[in-house]
Design a protein around this ligand. Structure first.
Ligand code: SF4
Length: 255
């Protein structure tokens, strides 16, 4: 795997449910085609040339060295650190990325800083050894393999993802599921309630619509579809005592 160096790694994020974040890889081999916002930004700002370039992850080799300096300096102002917003910390088929992510989590754990991680890979079992304040999550917007092959082509398959989060949940870890970007029925026909029922054990669900995809606006009454979906998620979470967060611009009144 190629390596790069950075000057800083720990920064405050403007993302709705994030505080600080660490992105210790440039690119992501999962190659999501919804499209992936991180890829669009990386291409726009010249960090990658094109999609093929994005698929070749580059590890920030001086990550631990940087974080050993940055974490103690910012420790007091950090509520939590999210891995990752512009790549995947447990990139499927890339043990170097997984090892580095675990090393970073070890460091955050050592400083008593809460870490939240999100993946379309498989959550490693080692995560159960860390403090139970952390939150381990998977991204799950479908259970349709055809959808995955088209929109998340090089990610872990859904049963593997689900089995990994369930295992950690059973071991007493806090878990969460990101159902974002949730697709409209003209992209994939599926039953949201059935999907939710597969993750009824989790502690938190994040739900959000799909953006930047013309198929969404081509679906007649798509806003009504998202409004109904939001109600379904909220009802489900209330029934199962699951915390939830609905992403901005997913629900719109009067539509
Ligand atoms: S896993 Fe996340 S960062 Fe990677 S390609 Fe998919 S959406 Fe982008």
């Amino acid at each position: 795997m190629s390596k790069i160096k950075r000057n800083t790694l720990l920064y405050k994020t403007g993302v709705e449910y994030g505080d600080y974040t660490i992105n210790h890889v440039l690119g992501c081999s999962h190659g999501c085609t919804y499209p992936c916002y991180a890829f669009m930004m990386a291409r726009r700002f010249g960090r990658v040339k094109d999609y093929q370039d994005w698929l070749k992850p580059r590890l920030v080799e001086n990550s631990i060295e940087l974080l050993r300096k940055e974490i103690p300096r910012k420790q007091k102002s950090i509520k939590s650190v999210h891995l990752c917003f512009t790549t995947d910390p447990f990139m499927y088929g890339h043990p170097e990325v997984i090892e580095m992510s675990l090393e970073i989590i070890r460091l955050l754990d050592h400083y008593g800083i809460k870490c939240t991680a999100l993946t379309k890979g498989v959550l490693p079992l080692e995560l159960a050894k860390f403090d139970k304040m952390h939150e381990w999550g998977i991204s799950l917007v479908s259970f349709d393999e055809g959808f995955r092959k088209q929109y998340e082509p090089f990610s872990a398959d859904y049963p593997a993802r689900l089995a990994s989060i369930k295992k950690l949940n059973d071991l007493g870890c806090k878990t969460w599921v990101s159902m974002e970007p949730y697709p409209t029925p003209n992209i994939v026909q599926q039953d949201l309630k059935e999907l939710l029922s597969k993750v009824s054990f989790t502690n938190k669900i994040i739900f959000g619509r799909l953006h930047y995809n013309k198929l969404v606006s081509a679906f007649p009454g798509y806003q009504g579809f998202y409004n109904d979906a939001v109600k379904t998620v909220i009802d489900f979470c209330n029934d199962f005592d699951i915390a939830y967060h609905i992403k901005a611009r997913t629900f719109r009144e009067n539509e």
